[in-house]
Ligand binder design. Structure first.
Ligand code: ADP
Ligand code: ZN
Ligand code: MG
Length: 498
């Protein structure tokens, strides 16, 4: 079997068309579990968030959590699904130590929602940017299992320990159509999906804590083929970056297998991030027989028109719509809008500041670059920033008015972050020297013009953009202290007079 996936030439890779479909499990942020009153909370002393129902004790009956239904329906609507008025819970039977009932309550042939989609940015054959619509087959409700623990015990080698705190946590599973074609599309799809789910507030989507988990189904076929190839399912990937890498690895592995004259087997594979490869976990040649049947302890779930309307009324403005609105309202770039809407709170912060500032564009630039960069270096959240939103507004206004140069701004921000001080305090104390004396600036411009006759000729020849070079040189000469607005004006005037 070929494992040297990277040895494949670009010509061979180009013969194949990868096909990917994703199954995403999302834990819902309800107060209590799906079918009992136990607290739905990550962690805790093992086996303390349990009761007869989630322990699967005989005779204990499930009662469906209303909040879980509402979150599932809200999430489904946000990804453009149709809601099924009457859906059915089913038992999915399998034995595993962390599932004491030996079945999982899930939905099978009548899921609560179907036929949705998410738009993701991608590229066409020629490399031009396009928006691609990825179909969503279904969103169904189910319950999570407990956890088997293997590490950190003196006798870990011989035993597994079971923690059933997670048992019965409400989940939705979101299954995509096999519409994805590249690892980058997979990354974009997941990023968009997570954003939407976060906006709706149905989940915290915390991958480290397992609130969002993704299985990637990958196959390859010769380009132009009519039938998809056999898929392998990659499990146990706990970041979007790793999923992208795992899908890439899996595509190349499968092409390698086929090129070597072998065939891809249907199986589950595990991603090993330290080795950057997938391993076979268990063969799926024989389809699992889960012996699905309708859950006899729960009646069909009916979400009628009235209830749906009530739930839909809670839909917040979703990321895509918010981006479009912000671009129009504040005249910011698509790139800045994408960065600013990554979370609702970041977008809220921007809008609060943008409304107070003279130039929302400058606020956007400050937030997405200078501030974000410094926050990252200190591993701080925006809410922990020493520079407040009002500080950002002040900085943006000073820049806009040309009272400080961008170089001075950077120094002021550095000081603010070093001293853990807000921007206005630093500015009032440091009041950076600003040369606004036209005569002094003109003298420096003359100096620079005399030293750069070649650029002067270029300017006179029609290349007006070289004026930026002169502005830069004079700014340097002034140690960043020349008034930028005045400097720009004087450079243009001086050059035109040459
Ligand atoms: P299974 O019965 O093995 O669970 P499903 O048809 O239910 O398979 O699909 C599960 C996931 O696998 C879906 O996300 C679907 O889009 C994806 N999928 C199905 N067939 C393929 C294929 N040939 N290649 C890649 N992904 C696929
Ligand atoms: Zn319980
Ligand atoms: Mg399936």
């Amino acid at each position: 079997m070929s494992t040297a996936a990277t040895a494949l030439s670009p010509e061979i890779l180009a013969k194949y068309q990868p096909v990917i479909g994703l199954e995403v499990h999302v834990q819902l942020l309800t107060k209590t579990k799906a079918f009992c009153g136990c607290v739905n909370q990550y962690g805790g002393e093992p086996n303390t968030h349990t009761c007869p129902t989630c322990l699967g004790l005989p005779g204990a009956l499930p009662v469906l959590n209303r909040q879980a239904v509402e979150y599932a329906v809200l999430a489904a609507k946000a990804i453009n699904c149709e809601i099924r008025e009457t859906s059915v819970f089913s038992r999915k039977n399998y034995f595993y130590p962390d599932s004491p009932k030996a079945y999982q309550i899930s939905q099978f042939d009548k899921p609560v929602a179907e036929h949705g989609w998410i738009d993701v940015p991608s590229f066409d054959e020629s490399g031009a940017p396009i928006t691609k619509r990825i179909g969503i087959t279904r969103l169904h409700m189910e319950e999570d299992a407990g956890k088997s623990l293997h590490d950190g015990f003196a006798d870990s080698l011989n035993r597994s320990y079971i923690d059933l705190n997670r048992c019965g946590t409400p989940l939705v599973e979101i299954v995509s159509e096999p519409d994805l074609r590249t690892p980058d599309e997979v990354f974009e799809y997941l990023t968009r999906l997570k954003e939407i789910l976060l906006y709706t507030g149905v989940s915290d989507c915390n991958m480290e804590e397992g609130s969002l988990r993704c299985d990637a189904n990958v196959s390859v076929m010769l380009k132009g083929a009519k039938q998809f190839g056999t898929k392998a399912e990659v499990k146990n990937v706990n970041s979007f970056r790793y999923i992208r890498a795992a899908v890439q690895y899996e595509i190349e592995r499968q092409i390698g297998v086929i090129e070597d004259g072998g065939r891809v087997v249907q199986e589950s594979r595990l991603w090993n991030s330290s080795e950057g490869r997938t391993y076979s976990m268990r063969s799926k040649e024989q389809a699992h027989d889960y012996r699905y049947f309708p859950e006899p302890d729960l009646p069909p779930l009916v979400v009628g028109a009235e209830w749906q309307k009530e739930i839909f009324a809670r839909m917040p403005e979703l990321p895509e719509a918010r981006r479009a609105r912000m671009i129009a309202a504040y005249d910011i770039s698509e790139q800045d809008a994408a960065t600013l809407t990554a979370t609702q709170s970041f977008a809220d912060s921007f809008e609060t500041a943008a409304k107070k500032a003279k130039s929302p564009k400058r606020v956007a630039a400050l937030l997405t670059t200078e501030l974000t960069m410094r926050l990252r270096l200190k591993e701080l959240e925006l809410a922990q920033s020493p520079v407040s939103l009002d500080g950002v507004v002040m900085a943006a206004d000073l820049l806009e008015a040309g009272t400080i140069s961008s170089k001075q701004l950077k120094q002021l921000l550095d000081t603010a972050f070093e001293n853990n001080e807000d921007f206005p305090a630093v500015y009032e104390r440091e009041k950076p020297q600003q040369i606004s004396d036209a005569g002094a600036i003109e003298k420096m411009i003359d100096e620079v013009i005399a030293a750069n006759p070649k650029q002067v000729e270029q300017y006179k020849g029609g290349k007006k953009t070289v004026s930026a070079f002169f502005v830069g040189q004079v700014m340097k000469l002034s140690k960043g202290q020349a008034n930028p607005a005045l400097l720009n004006e004087l450079v243009a005037r001086k050059l035109d007079a040459q």
